[in-house]
Design a protein around this ligand. Sequence first.
Ligand SMILES: Nc1ncnc2c1ncn2[C@@H]1O[C@H](COP(=O)(O)OP(=O)(O)OP(=O)(O)O)[C@@H](O)[C@H]1O
Ligand SMILES: [Mg+2]
Length: 357
Amino acid sequence: MIEFRNVSKRFGQTLAADNIDITFPDGQISVLIGPSGCGKTTLMKMINRLVDPDSGQILINGEPVSHRNPVELRRSIGYAIQEVGLFPHYTIFDNVALVPRLLKWPASRIKDRVMELLDLVTLDESYAHRYPSQLSGGEKQRVGLARSLAADPEILLMDEPFGAIDPINRSTIHNTFLGIQEDLKKTIVFVTHDMQEAVKLGDAVAILNAGRVIQFDSPEQILSNPESEFVAELLGKDRRIQILSLKKNSEYASNENVVTLAENSSAEEARKKLLEADQTIAFLLSSAGRLLGRYYLDGERVRSDGKPLHLDRKMDLRETLSIMLETGERLLPVTGKDRKFLGVIRLEHLVDEVARL
Ligand SMILES: Nc1ncnc2c1ncn2[C@@H]1O[C@H](COP(=O)(O)OP(=O)(O)OP(=O)(O)O)[C@@H](O)[C@H]1O
Ligand SMILES: [Mg+2]
């Protein structure tokens, strides 16, 4: 647990932290977001003593950081930043091994750890002996993430660590990151400029402005009950739609009024069942419940489709909505491992979900 108690910090005329009182709970991702210059980086740097406050206290598990040796403190806390800060003349291996070496781990343990971490961030062994200039931006950020985890710190500070990646790769690295956190349960403070990222990654989100914490709440609360005009404005016009990104397809897939058919069913059987159920799409499932195809009514005709579009269970509803809008499909199946059919999502339900707010 990281606690700020009445913490203030001034740089000349600027109050970068104005009497901050906030607690970041163990094992969770706490996200800091707010306009440029509002004090996010300063707040983070006070945790590992890259900056010391003018007044107030910061405690880690009840112990004031001011009692700790700054160098030793920093080695015990993972730190990842936007520019990644990899050493260009070090190989990827040596970059990741940095802190364990400083901590004088035996060479064999370091080797095992580095390889384990590269695997964790989905970079294969061949990357170990490359140099940073031979990696893409997204790959570098994965290495930055691996390095911050190297000494298995309890606390991870991440200052816009995925800021430099394009939206598609960003979504992939988010999922990798959330998968890692599901297992490791680190105490993470994460700074971002991007509300979508905040809402996707944060267990809680702190909105900052001019050195103050304006609201600290679950993403759901922030989106549905912004505390002030300032927060609402920061969330942007599409905050209602953003709330969809909090829900996974797997939680939302429903089997209500869904027509399914056994593997070798004919078009005629499909038509009969669809008319009976007053539905337009039927799914063909194997005996093990795998999605094999679909039949759909197109006016009077029944058409079949052996490779129907399907949604991964781990996707969120916002992604699902945009796929539906792009493809014009109003009902899509959700699948899990081995294409197992889990139910469907209907466009009308997503629209209701947004309208309910
Ligand atoms: N070392 C410093 N000396 C003087 N002023 C500083 C220093 N560090 C930060 N500041 C000022 O303190 C304020 C908060 O800075 P900080 O870096 O914490 O903002 P931020 O929220 O991280 O912004 P950004 O989103 O642009 O990264 C800014 O006005 C900045 O100019
Ligand atoms: Mg900053």
